[in-house]
Write a protein that binds this ligand. Structure first.
Ligand code: HEM
Length: 418
């Protein structure tokens, strides 16, 4: 996108009315905003923040900047709607004490040991997907590979029976899709229907798990249920809605990490060669872990799968030299902060050996992604093993973007392995 065009979009920037050419490459627009108005007032009165330091300041101050979305979402989804109940009950859109209680229960099942124990199963899954791709000579990066991984990993986390995982991805896309700044009637209806269907499904799963508890060291659902009897009491609604959230949170974000990375490597052949040289002919995956971790973090910085976050100021305050009134709604642009030259040298260059990469792709502060170690593991195994098996893969058509501002990824990316 030409600089002039980026400045034009930035001058009248409105998240609810983004032009079609924004989605392919929003970064020049973010750069123009960072330079001209790093706290941009949008037509609806809210602020759009693009500087790294300003995002960190907001994330850090959870006393002033609330994650509770009742004020914003009640008019958006309508009182009594399934989407409203869901998006105002999950831990990510709440403040302490509900946030603290739920987070503690989830984190207890995401220990280093628990995640390390997931690795062998993840490797088997990835290798079996690669076998299927090899047999076909290619396929679609998103459909046949990237999206097939998180659905299994997150399904395992809540011990959802394999044969019941089919609808999870579509529910998740519809429910998180409803967070887009502008919603069509169809998207809203689909989102509401998906919450209803998801809850109907989970009621049966939870009733069964109450009768047949799993291992709380590994099964997040059993932990959430047992939490109820150890003083961390969650209501039935809190329990079900937080299960919906966990099943959604690790889904599209991780799919897009893997898909974005494999598409980006096509556009950065030197970085692809560098990674291939690092991986070598007979990879010693344990020895490669630090290099793969650097690469995954750079993919996360460069094309952050979750581009936007939101907070509401509970009191009048100052951010980056701008006075914000009590009640101010702020959108934190992770995609822009992760390309801020004040924080990252050559921010628009994909550098898979970048050190000291303190990107904000997982957020920061008390709500920082609870699944970040799991996401990094999935990224390392999926991207590394794909490259080792198919070093000469090529996209056969231009990939199709999701066309969304919040979740950055591709819907389709057809490829062949030679
Ligand atoms: C590349 C993959 C992922 C990305 C980019 C990502 C990104 C994020 C971000 C930015 C937040 C913070 C939201 C905020 O502060 O408003 C978050 C929260 C969260 N994520 Fe992730 N996520 C990913 C994968 C996962 C996975 C695999 C899980 C599975 C357990 C997960 C579970 C959560 C949970 C439970 C929260 C809420 C934490 C809280 O509110 O305390 N995420 N994620």
């Amino acid at each position: 996108m030409a600089v002039e065009r980026a400045r034009e979009i930035a001058a009248s920037f409105d998240l609810r009315a983004l032009p079609p050419d924004f989605y392919a490459n929003p970064f020049p627009v973010y750069a123009a905003l960072r330079e001209s108005e790093p706290l941009k007032r949008m037509p609806d009165g809210s602020w759009f923040l693009t500087r790294y330091a300003d995002l960190v300041a907001v994330y850090r101050d959870a006393q002033v900047f609330s994650s509770d979305k009742k004020v914003e979402f009640t008019p958006k989804y309508g009182a009594g709607s399934p989407l409203l109940e869901h998006h105002t009950t999950s831990l990510v859109f709440n403040d302490p004490p509900l946030h603290t209680r739920v987070r503690k229960l989830i984190m207890g099942a995401l220990t280093r040991r628990a995640i390390a124990e997931m690795e062998p199963g993840l490797i088997l899954l990835v290798e079996s997907l690669l076998d299927a791709i090899e047999a076909k000579g290619g396929g679609d990066l998103v459909e046949d590979f990237a999206s097939a991984i998180p659905v299994e990993i997150i399904g395992n986390l809540l011990a959802v029976p394999h044969e019941e995982r089919g609808p999870l991805r579509a529910w998740s896309l519809a429910i998180l899709g409803a967070l887009e700044p502008r919603l069509t009637k169809e998207q809203e209806e689909l989102g509401n229907r998906s919450v209803r269907e998801f809850l109907d499904y989970l009621r049966v799963l939870v009733a069964d798990r109450r009768r047949n508890p799993g291992d709380p060291e590994h099964d997040v659902l059993t932990r959430l249920i047992q939490g109820e009897s150890t003083g961390e009491k969650l209501s039935e609604t809190e329990l079900l809605q937080n299960c919906v959230f966990i099943l959604n949170a690790g889904h599209e974000t991780t799919t897009n990490l893997i898909g974005n990375a494999l598409v980006a490597l096509e556009e950065w052949p030197q970085e692809k060669d560098r990674l291939l040289r690092t991986i070598g002919r007979q990879p010693d995956w344990d020895a490669l872990e630090p290099a793969m971790t650097l690469a995954v973090d750079e993919f996360l910085r460069f094309e952050s799968s979750n581009q936007l976050g939101n907070r509401r100021a509970l009191r009048a305050c100052e951010v980056g030299g701008v006075q914000l009134p009590a009640g101010a709604l702020v959108t934190l642009c992770i995609g822009a902060a992760n390309r801020d030259p004040a924080q990252f040298e050559h921010p628009d260059v994909l550098d898979l050996a970048r050190e000291n990469n303190r990107h904000l792709a997982f957020g920061f502060g008390i709500h920082q992604c609870a699944g970040l170690s799991l996401a990094r593991l999935e990224g390392r195994v999926a991207i590394g093993r794909f490259l080792a098996r198919f070093p000469h893969y090529r996209l056969t058509e231009a990939p199709t973007r999701g066309g969304r501002a919040r979740f950055r990824g591709f819907l389709e990316a057809p490829f062949s392995i030679v």
